[in-house]
Write a protein that binds this ligand. Sequence first.
Ligand code: C2E
Ligand code: MG
Ligand code: MG
Ligand code: MG
Length: 292
Amino acid sequence: QAKREGGDRLGFYSRASQEQVRESLALERALRQAQGRDELRLHYQGQFDALTGRLVGAEALLRWQHPELGLVSPARFIPIAESSGLIRPIGLWVLHEALGQLARWREAGLPLVPVAVNLSLAQFRDPALRDHVITALRQHGLAANLLELELTESIAMEDSEHTIATVDGLKRLGVSLSIDDFGTGYSSLSYLKRLSVDRLKIDQSFVRGLRFDPDDEAIVRSVISLARSLGLRTLAEGVETEEQLSFLRDEGCQEIQGYLKARPVPADDFAVLLRQAMAEPAEPVTELVTEP
Ligand code: C2E
Ligand code: MG
Ligand code: MG
Ligand code: MG
């Protein structure tokens, strides 16, 4: 009796997981065709100076417009793209699309801000990455400092010697590098010091707790001071409230990204932000407090 129950339960679970497998195989099949069917899109989210509020950059975020499922979240399809190897062609498309968009904005007479592109582990490990970056910049006629590459802290920690060499090779091209989701891994000080990145992006899970979770506040404070002592800039992700912004500003975080200032939007909507930035005075209006 007990045995049969156990058997049934196992049967139930394996049916459930079979369904999951079938579903992700179906997604993988659809994803394989997504590029050719023009279903992939990039949205752009503004990054702002924490003190002046000026637009200082954009992050390109991938979207999949599936004909039946609608907009599929990257949280759902990036893992499938990674496990199936599709992330390499898709990542290359993202690089070209983001830089191509900058070139189109420039043609339209808009002022440009650097665009940040997320890299997956497979792309970062790809020996052809540096050549892909060179080719894409050249093809779209853009200076390297208009491109930033984001690698997550977990990718950065995978294989430290290889990571340091790859980051150095990319830095020599003149592109910027940042560590995404910072604080979720365990990078050591000495390792960070050897990694020639430009900024740390404080993970939004810590930003969420600002002003009510003392632990999150302590973590954010220490990441900012760590970055400062290493000469790196900090950007806080997922800033949704004025309270979070004022905490970050007071602690010396230079840049912010989040729904408070701007959501990820299609390229045409982002052009409005660029046009607004153009209309702003050339000199940022900052109140300089002179020390007594
Ligand atoms: P990420 O790189 O850490 O991107 C930030 C995520 O936070 C984005 O989610 C963005 O929409 C979301 N976000 C921004 N501001 C706020 C806010 O104020 N509140 C909240 N709750 N969320 C906010 P999204 O677009 O769903 O992307 C999720 C993740 O998918 C990204 O995290 C990144 O790891 C990955 N991803 C997105 N595009 C690409 C890509 O082109 N290539 C690769 N390899 N990964 C990508
Ligand atoms: Mg990112
Ligand atoms: Mg992040
Ligand atoms: Mg993330």
